[in-house]
Design a binder for this molecule. Structure first.
Ligand code: SAM
Length: 298
């Protein structure tokens, strides 16, 4: 059923402690990863945000994928988060095998016998920064979304090469990444600046999403399409605006304790900026941009 020749990867190399489990930090009741550059929490509130963001992006993009897929046999989702995208793809393509990979197992792994889980879906633990645990040319469609906060700028070219490597000739790689948080008044500007400073300390460039098309081209992919998707924020933009605003505040609420623990700013200043940003978003018209890029392996 799962004929992949798996290279020795992160899971086999013993990421995390000796039991194979990763280390976590508890900061103010939120659970963060202790041994990866990634700064967003791994807990129920972040699971809800990721599902919510998934529905928002699916709505804006009118679907789960952009390239012209033709009966893919094998699909890979790198950094699958909740596994929502992968499980939907397994239902859209019931004849395909869908592998969802993440450095931490999604919550659905707690109930792998759940009858609602598609039989053609499987989770594999792995760390994309250490190389994917698959041989070359295993997948017809390789997808990676919203890993900007997990990939140091210097690692992007290698990650793109790795995604291209595991994709079959004629197959597609698709990336979606957010732009930096929008600038606005003093509250929004402070939040954007603090998340940028915290990211930079971990080697992460919050503007790298604008270059995903370039990374795919450097990795040898062809027929590249790259575009910006501007999602309007706020109630005036209707349902999608409310979704984008909710997602914006969830990101900052979820990153809060980590940014404060890094000493980038104080809890008081952070909470004041969050309250100020609520007012600014009510008064102004802002866009939450994402970047989409996809290319074909020759
Ligand atoms: C912002 S979430 C995005 C999840 C999913 N792609 C989505 O769009 O809903 C980032 C995910 O990347 C995972 N991650 C972080 N560092 C990783 C790494 N080095 N290798 C694989 N996954 C990683 C996190 O555990 C998290 O699930």
């Amino acid at each position: 059923m799962w004929p992949f020749k798996r290279r020795k990867g992160a899971a086999e190399q013993g990421a995390g402690d000796q039991s194979g489990r990763r280390g976590f930090l508890s900061l103010g009741g939120r659970r963060y990863m202790a041994d990866a550059p990634y700064m967003l929490p791994k807990d129920d509130a972040e699971i809800n945000r990721l599902d919510f963001q998934h529905y928002m992006l699916r709505y804006v993009l009118r679907g789960n994928y952009a390239p012209p897929l033709q009966r893919p046999r094998d699909i890979l989702d790198v950094g699958c988060g909740t596994g929502r995208w992968s499980q939907e793809m397994a239902r859209i393509f019931p004849e395909a095998r869908v592998i969802a990979l993440d450095i931490v197992a999604p919550p659905t792994e707690a109930s792998p016998q759940d009858p609602s889980r598609p039989p053609n879906y499987q989770f594999v633990e792995g760390d994309v920064l250490k190389g994917l645990p698959f041989d070359a040319a295993c997948f017809d469609f390789t997808h990676q979304r919203a890993l900007l906060g997990a990939i140091p700028e210097s690692a992007w070219p290698g990650v793109a090469r790795e995604l291209a490597r595991v994709t079959r000739p004629g197959g597609w790689v698709q990336l979606i990444e957010p732009a930096p948080a929008p600038q606005g008044g003093s509250g929004m500007n402070a939040l954007a600046s603090w998340i940028q400073q915290a990211s930079m300390r971990r080697g992460i460039n919050t503007t790298a999403g604008a270059r995903i098309g370039e990374f795919l081209a450097q990795a040898g992919l062809r027929d590249i399409t790259a575009r910006e998707i501007g999602i309007p924020m706020g109630g005036r933009a209707g349902r999608i605006g409310v979704m984008a605003e909710t997602n914006y505040f969830s990101v900052f609420a979820n990153a809060r304790n980590f940014i404060i623990a890094m000493g980038v700013t104080s809890a008081e200043a952070y909470d004041a900026a969050l309250a100020q940003a609520h007012q600014e978003l009510e008064q102004g018209a802002y866009i939450s941009p994402y970047y989409l890029a996809y290319g074909r392996r020759p």
